[in-house]
Design a protein around this ligand. Structure first.
Ligand code: HEC
Length: 213
């Protein structure tokens, strides 16, 4: 009796792993096509399926449900009503980092080549909740991306490229790299290694040594 049910279990497990193997293979297959569209000579994207470029070097907007599943590092908020009604990056900034680069950062305290950081802008919704008065997140309103890539941005300080998809919906589908003065300069001058890690508690906790630069 036991023997029979045991071998049945084995058969089921085998069938399941064959099915799983098949699924994995098809995933690998679809991931490997993700770098199609990258500029000639561009390194394969380290985040397959998430970051792609047009042949002219414009970045395609990363899919929302790719980066929203990445490592969430923090949420600065520069509300319009504390900035004369016109904050440069309105309201909440939910910041995500791709998981492989996060693992590298945790270990080494550095942003590796290929790091992608996404900042999703969210409006202030209600200012009252059962917990008290404050700022509570409303609607998604915008998207900015920064990428460290020595092959794509050999001349940009720190090899960081900056992309902007707009501050109101509908967002742009593609973004050309921003000029160095528009974005990179301020990051180079004021941030720790081009990223404002000092405002992201998850990054501070992941590698406290990295704040000492
Ligand atoms: C005047 C300074 C300044 C300029 C100019 C600026 N930023 Fe930032 N940026 C910040 C600060 C400060 C933060 C972190 C705090 C926050 O979000 O308010 C930040 C955060 C970010 C982040 C999240 C990752 C990080 O580095 O902390 C991205 C992505 C980003 N900015 C993109 C851009 C883009 C794209 C532009 C140009 C269109 C730009 N920034 C221009 C100051 C600046």
């Amino acid at each position: 009796m036991h023997k029979t049910s045991g071998s049945r279990t084995v058969r089921i497990v085998l069938a399941a792993s064959v099915a799983l193997g098949g699924m994995l293979w098809s995933t690998v297959g679809s991931l490997s096509s993700a770098t199609a569209g990258a500029p000639p000579g561009a390194p394969p994207s380290t985040i397959p399926g998430a970051i792609e470029y047009t042949p002219e070097g414009k970045q395609k907007r990363p899919p929302f449900w790719e980066f929203r599943k990445w490592i969430f590092v923090g949420t600065p908020v520069t509300p319009n009503d504390m900035n004369d009604g016109k904050a440069n990056f309105p309201e909440f900034h939910n910041v995500y980092m791709d998981p492989e680069s996060f693992a590298y950062y945790q270990k080494n305290g550095k942003y590796r080549d290929g790091t992608v950081i996404v900042k999703e802008l969210v409006s202030v919704g209600t200012k009252e909740a059962a917990s008290g008065e404050g700022y509570f997140q409303g609607e998604f309103i915008g998207l900015e991306v920064s990428v460290k890539d020595s092959k794509l941005f050999p001349k940009d300080p720190g090899n960081w490229g900056f992309f902007s998809y707009g501050h109101s919906y509908p967002l742009k589908d593609v973004s050309k790299p921003n000029k160095i003065d528009e974005c990179n300069k301020c990051h180079e001058t004021n941030a720790v290694d081009f990223v404002f890690s000092q405002y992201y508690p998850v990054l501070r906790a992941a590698n406290p040594m990295s704040m000492k630069k």
